[in-house]
Design a binder for this molecule. Sequence first.
Ligand SMILES: NC(=O)c1ccc[n+]([C@@H]2O[C@H](COP(=O)([O-])OP(=O)(O)OC[C@H]3O[C@@H](n4cnc5c(N)ncnc54)[C@H](OP(=O)(O)O)[C@@H]3O)[C@@H](O)[C@H]2O)c1
Length: 326
Amino acid sequence: MMTIIFYSVIFALIATLSHKFLTGDGDFTLLLKGKVKRESFQDKVVWITGASRGIGEVLAKQLATLGAKIIISARNEAELERVKKHISGKHGPEGVEILPLDLSSGEDAIGDAVEKAVSLFGGAGVDYMIHNAAFERPKSTALDVPEASLKATLDVNVMGPISLTRLLLPHMLKRGRGHFVVMSSAAGKAPAPGQAVYSASKFALNGYFHSLRSELYQKGIMVTVVCPGPIETSNAPDTSTSGQRGVREKRVSSERCAELTLVAASHGLKEAWISFQPVLAVMYLVQYMPSVGFWLMDKIGAKRVETAAQKGNTYSMNLLFGRKKE
Ligand SMILES: NC(=O)c1ccc[n+]([C@@H]2O[C@H](COP(=O)([O-])OP(=O)(O)OC[C@H]3O[C@@H](n4cnc5c(N)ncnc54)[C@H](OP(=O)(O)O)[C@@H]3O)[C@@H](O)[C@H]2O)c1
């Protein structure tokens, strides 16, 4: 009898975990954390780059609702004004400051923005820095990436956030606290055929920020690296009219992505993955069974680039099993 109960419990546990793994939209640790800890953001100053649209815009809205004071940055000031108008939170319009910034404009301009940011809200300083901005990410083979696009990607995705961090850190260290939330990508954990330079930029961010945390954690500096897979934003590719009719890329909504990002940061997670399958499974494979993960990516890589060129579903299982296109 005891043996039957034992095996039933094990079976139920495996069934629950498998169901969560197949249907979940994040890694196990993240999903186990539950809700955002509101008190982590209440009355805190949060600076978000890339807040003029997409995930950054949604993050700004959710943070305002959680009682944070927000600084929103991007290049397009008119879009930042639009975002500000749509934000309602505990602090009202006074709780949102617009700070235009081009992350590729070099250290002097970034330094000026940092000095401005720390002086806002009566010189309160920055509690959270959300590095969210990124250069556009068109898909092409690694060989076809023009030099200008290569440089622009690395400037906006890597050099800009690192310069900003180096200039902001002394202010945080003086206060003995600060938290960097880094919007990386699944492409920063696993190969992303068709997006080699974007992937390189996100691997670089992961390496820099995990190292930075290990150097400064004892001094009160926290880092949360967030790695989303495909997310539904206004500029997500529409694959519904492609050769794979009716097969849309399955994407996590930007609202859910922002919510899980804030769950991860408020619970002090060092890394969090946000995605549906099959991307999540690939991330687990590459992390824990790299030989199998890299074998799989080598098998589908060329087909994925081809599918991207035809505006097809680049996350489809068909890439692996090679079903003929209709
Ligand atoms: N969407 C996805 O499927 C997905 C998946 C994984 C990871 N991510 C990551 O999540 C983050 C947000 O993605 P998203 O899809 O919401 O991005 P998005 O809609 O393309 O928005 C990018 C943001 O970055 C800003 N930006 C671009 N170039 C800039 C520059 N030179 N200086 C300053 N700001 C600049 C843009 O504003 P301006 O043009 O006004 O400057 C915009 O606000 C990115 O880091 C991205 O890599 C997204």
